[in-house]
Design a protein around this ligand. Structure first.
Ligand SMILES: Nc1ncnc2c1ncn2[C@@H]1O[C@H](COP(=O)(O)OP(=O)(O)OP(=O)(O)O)[C@@H](O)[C@H]1O
Ligand SMILES: [Mg+2]
Length: 381
């Protein structure tokens, strides 16, 4: 697990989406009231994400207009597939599995053509003043924007529990620093392929209505719909736990700028879909019973979708993807084992040549790390 937090306070679940239009303006505000500034709630390589106060949307802004347009299109595509195939998933699993939620993609705002346009016309002229002036990511005349449905922050009790789970207690010792930390926008990534997922779920079982098995099945069905319902490889997308506008904790999928559509041929399936599961953070379980369950639900969901579409060729491709995934995981395990062997041999060789032994290393670790400088290391060698 990992937290995906950012910079400034928010209290997402307090805001009611019904009162507001998609453009982020409060339609009930008196016309003369100055609109509130946007707050940065996330930064990445493609864009910066801004909370629009008192609305149910965020803006993602960035200089690469083509990447943002691609992000928006694919997000819309996957969102539509998830709405369409929930019915198929309900039928297949008797209503026991709910798909992750995907934010709806709303608008695209191209960069202004010149400085005159950014201050006089359209979206930028109406909204530029709401971005913080001193922020290096605040828009200029080269910036494009997309608007997406907002994923709201996890509840305060869960944010506080995340702080206890991940951080050095000294960092949040004072009530003020703790309150400030817990107030940040906070989603948590679902790393079912990491070593600490079991303790993560144990820690939060009492705080959140999510179980490791429920999340596994939800993500497995979600991956199948992403692949075979939306034909999207899922490269670099984030699988997170967040809240709906009503404050319900749910798995969500976000960020489609690096994901791609794929063709129904063997080469594309193996290359792109494997990239989506191996080249991303460790979201999916890769061994043991959890992995078996994941694959079982993934294959059942894929079959249900592809039978509905009467596409037997793609059914073979979904099985081929799972086989290729298993082979790749085996190769990775072998490579990891070989690497461990190399390290072990190197350590033995160092010891044989009179290098550090375990006691010496322990002793060194116990000493003040700052007092060990490179000349000490050269001397020991
Ligand atoms: N719809 C949303 N609602 C709430 N928060 C969001 C939303 N979209 C993105 N975020 C937050 O903003 C962060 C950055 O967004 P995103 O991952 O889309 O940016 P990016 O530039 O594509 O990042 P990367 O470099 O990882 O590809 C996310 O990790 C998440 O915390
Ligand atoms: Mg991205």
């Amino acid at each position: 697990m990992a937290t995906s937090t950012s910079h400034r306070a928010l209290s997402g679940s307090r805001h009611s989406p019904k009162r507001h239009s998609q453009s982020g303006m409060d339609i009930n505000s008196p016309p003369c009231q100055k609109p509130k500034p946007f707050t940065c709630i996330g930064r990445g390589t493609c864009g910066t994400v801004w909370e629009v106060p008192e609305s149910n949307i965020v803006y993602k802004t960035g200089k690469d207009a083509a990447a943002l347009a691609h992000d928006l299109n694919l997000c819309r595509n996957v969102h539509a597939a998830f709405l369409r195939y929930q019915r198929v998933v309900d039928k297949e699993f008797g209503g026991a599995i709910k798909l992750p939620l995907v934010p709806a993609g709303h608008e695209f705002h191209r960069p202004a053509r010149n400085d005159g346009e950014i201050t006089r016309n359209g979206f930028w002229a109406s909204n530029l003043h709401r971005f913080p002036a001193g922020d290096e990511s605040s828009p200029t005349s080269h910036t494009a924007a997309i608007s997406l449905t907002r994923i709201h922050s996890l509840p305060l009790r869960l944010r506080s529990a995340l702080i206890d789970f991940y951080f050095d207690p000294d960092l949040f010792a004072s009530p003020t620093s703790r309150a400030r930390g817990a107030a940040d926008h906070c989603l948590t990534r679902l790393y079912l392929g990491s070593n600490d997922y079991e303790s993560w779920f144990r820690t939060f079982a009492s705080q959140a209505p999510v179980t490791v098995h429920g999340v596994t099945q939800c993500m497995a069905a979600g991956l199948a719909v992403m692949h075979w319902g939306a034909r999207c490889d899922g490269m670099d997308v984030e699988w997170v736990l967040g809240c709906t506008a009503q404050g319900v904790i749910k798995p969500f999928i976000l960020d489609f700028d690096k994901a791609k559509k794929f063709d129904l041929d063997e080469e594309d399936v193996v290359k792109k879909l494997l990239g989506g599961v191996l080249g991303n953070d460790p979201y999916f379980p890769v061994e043991g019973r959890l992995h078996e369950k994941f694959v079982e639900v993934y294959l059942k969901t894929s079959k249900a979708i592809l039978e509905e579409e009467e596409n037997p060729k793609a059914l073979t491709l979904s099985q081929m993807f799972v086989k290729a995934w298993h082979e790749a995981l085996d190769r990775r395990r072998e490579a990891d084992a070989a690497e461990d062997d190399i390290f072990e041999h190197q350590a033995e060789a160092v010891e044989d040549s009179g290098g550090w032994n375990d006691d010496e290393i322990d002793e060194l670790e116990g000493s003040d790390a700052n007092s060990v400088c490179s000349s000490d290391i050269n001397e020991v060698k």
